[in-house]
Design a protein around this ligand. Structure first.
Ligand code: KG4
Ligand code: ZN
Length: 336
């Protein structure tokens, strides 16, 4: 009964990462090289620059993770890799490396959906966690409510109709001149602001569906900032950050609890980069406690992009027989 060893690769956006896992849920290595400093100069991720940097780093990261894990190539049982969604050029770097490794080592090759990877981060963080549950996936590109029926069966029960929550954080931060990525900066600054200072709109709350809309909120914040500038009123940045964050968190928690009620599940799981948000974790934790619902979220390092979460999702795909061949291509808009 040998414990399977997964080598996983993630290059969908601006993190180059390689991880080694044992039996799907134990991390032996999770090396992450982030390009954030490079993209900061541009105020956001530049796709071409991201691909080039992945290419420069990928081989080193794979070597480093094997060294950290104390494992040789011959001990790896299968290769897992993100094939979408993400930036096509960035995805292709990881995908090609993974195919080359699987081909050379003559071992199975397992394509992984990045969003399913974010969900799987929770299996690593919580050894006792098992499906079914409701998962709120909130990242820079996605805002989804997902019913996770088993390790490889998912149903999207709600999603954003326009901007993702993380995208709204990034755009508001940019307009305030705070820098990139906006989420962690707003999270920090909001701590010294009043969340009820400005009443920003909260869209779609009275609707029964589980969909989100953040573009109206984003525009309202941008209009508020511009009108202050025009009227030469000093902007209280902590209050704007806190009030904007309060609106996002309120909407996310409201719909997440609706999803619990409608689906009847007793476990709520948080995933994706925005799952790192302090206010979101606190508020959702309180709401789940009130309803007797179990609440799970990953530690900060597993919230944002990393290969360990891809390896975990890949391990379950492998066990379910979802393997790929050399014809698998990168799918930038891959759905869950
Ligand atoms: O999951 P992720 O690393 O990449 C995608 O798959 O999109 O998420 C990145 C997003 C960015 O929009 C970033 O601003 C946001 O997650 N983020 C946060 C926090 N940390 C990262 N948003 C709010 N609060 C945070 N603490
Ligand atoms: Zn991500």
């Amino acid at each position: 009964n040998k414990r399977l060893i997964t080598l996983a690769i993630e290059t969908s956006c601006d993190e180059t990462s390689c991880a080694i896992l044992s039996a799907g849920r134990t991390i032996l290595a999770n090396e992450i090289y982030t390009q954030i400093e490079i993209h900061k100069a541009f105020g956001g991720v530049v796709p071409e620059v991201a691909s080039r940097n992945h290419l420069e780093k990928i081989s080193w990261i794979i070597d480093d993770s094997l060294k950290t894990a104390g494992i040789g190539f011959e001990e790896v049982d299968h290769i897992a890799v993100t094939y979408g969604p993400g930036l096509v050029g960035a995805l292709l770097v990881g995908l090609s490396s993974a195919k080359a490794l699987a081909y050379a080592l003559e071992i199975p090759f397992v394509p992984v959906n990045h969003i399913e990877g974010h969900i799987a981060a929770n299996y690593i963080a919580h050894p006792e966690l098992e499906p079914p549950f409701v998962c709120l996936v909130v990242s820079g590109g996605h805002t989804h409510l997902v019913e996770v029926k088993d390790y490889t069966t998912f149903e999207v029960i709600g999603k954003t109709r326009d901007d993702a929550a993380g995208e709204a954080f990034d755009k508001v931060a940019r307009t305030l001149g705070l820098g990139y990525p906006g989420g962690p900066l707003i999270d920090q600054i909001a701590k010294s602001g009043n969340p009820y200072a400005i009443d920003f709109p909260k869209a779609m709350l009275d609707q029964e569906n589980l969909d989100f809309s953040f573009s109206g909120l984003k525009s309202a914040v941008l209009n508020y900032i511009n009108s202050c500038k025009m009227k030469k009123i000093e902007i209280n940045i902590p209050d704007v950050c806190a009030s904007f964050q309060e609106a996002v968190v309120h909407i996310l928690c409201h719909k997440a609890m609706d999803a619990i009620e409608q689906s009847g599940h007793k476990k709520m799981v948080l995933a994706g980069g925005v799952a790192a948000n302090t206010a979101l974790r606190e508020t959702l934790s309180i709401k789940c406690n009130e309803k007797g619902v179990g609440f799970y979220y990953p530690p900060l390092a597993l919230c944002t992009d990393n290969a360990a979460m891809i390896g975990c999702a890949g391990y379950y795909n492998f066990r379910a027989g979802y393997l790929g061949d050399m014809s698998v291509n990168a799918i930038p808009n891959l759905r869950i």
